[in-house]
Design a binder for this molecule. Structure first.
Ligand code: R5P
Length: 289
């Protein structure tokens, strides 16, 4: 049976995968020396085994080195295959040189990681200017989607939804969700002005007044996108606006700010552990093998 090594934050998801019978538990240790360097130790015997590492790559600067230490050590100790399951794959949004001299970190990050791993599995990676993960990752990649979970949540909680995508990139999963729940959808036009500031154009939504807007996006980071959209929708008289996203990055006080803007309910998948988690991606990994 494949052995699963889990990074600390992902323990609840890891336990549910082991309990569902899909994996044997992989034991390892990660601590910091007094000088801040990582000490990584593999405890389980992995000789000849296929192993999976579950490590969501939010806060990637802190996790990438220990992840590489773990992968390399598993290989040195005889693991036959190491698959990285990164429910959230970081550094996908910096996919072009926005300003002269910018590091285009998506391919650089991929080039750092992929020589060490044999396969990569992730959920809703931010594929925008990069069409396929294989364009930057050298290993076989499997891309899963939380869209079916979003559709399921909407079907159970919203009687007459109107699905809203805040920008062109969101159409890939918004269209899918809308089709599944048999609801109309609207894609907005967004211009990013800075890390936290976006400009969004909301058309006249009078034709949809009897519906509840449900914003659907892949990532909530500063929540600037959702806050602006919620504010515009409430300005047009919609009393309740639901916000659904796959990855709950919620930088700083973004969650509180989004609540303060009048959003609710706010529901995310557990690719990144957060109080808003209300959709479990555990089943998605099994459904797709
Ligand atoms: C960007 O195109 C993504 O799909 C999200 O819309 C974006 O990452 C959200 O970022 P923020 O929460 O900082 O507005």
């Amino acid at each position: 049976m494949t052995r699963l090594f889990v990074f600390p934050e992902q323990e609840a998801l890891g336990r549910s995968l082991v309990a569902a019978g899909g994996f044997a538990e992989g034991k390892w240790e990660w601590r910091h020396f007094p000088d801040g360097e990582s000490h990584v130790r593999v405890v389980s015997d992995v000789k000849g085994e296929e192993v999976v590492i579950l490590c969501s790559l939010n806060q990637p600067d802190a996790k990438t080195l220990p992840l590489v230490f773990l992968v390399r050590t598993l290989k040195e100790l005889g693991a036959a295959k190491v698959t990285l399951v990164a429910p959230y794959l970081g550094y996908m949004r910096q996919d072009t040189r926005f300003q002269e001299g910018d590091a285009v970190t998506a391919p650089i990050f991929a080039a750092l990681l992929s020589p060490h791993i044999d396969a990569l599995v992730t959920v809703d990676p931010h594929l925008h200017r990069i069409a396929r993960l294989e364009d930057i990752y050298e290993c076989p990649c499997t891309v899963l989607s939380a869209a079916p979970l979003m559709a399921e949540w909407i079907g159970a909680h919203v009687a007459r939804p109107l699905i809203i995508g805040p920008d062109m990139e969101s159409e890939q999963w918004v269209a899918d969700v809308a089709r599944t729940v048999d609801a109309p959808y609207v894609i907005l036009h967004k211009t990013r002005k800075g890390d936290r500031e976006v400009e969004i154009i909301l058309p006249d939504m009078a034709a949809h007044k009897d519906r509840m807007p449900v914003l659907v996006d892949d990532i909530i980071s500063t929540a600037g996108t959702m806050i602006k959209t919620v504010t515009l929708l409430r300005g047009q008289g919609f009393p309740q606006v639901a916000c659904l996203a796959t990855h709950a990055l919620f930088a700083g006080d973004a969650y509180v700010q989004l609540q303060a803007a009048g959003a609710g309910p706010i529901v995310t998948a557990n690719t990144v552990v957060h109080p808003s988690n209300g959709m479990d991606v555990g089943g998605v990994f099994f459904l797709h093998g």
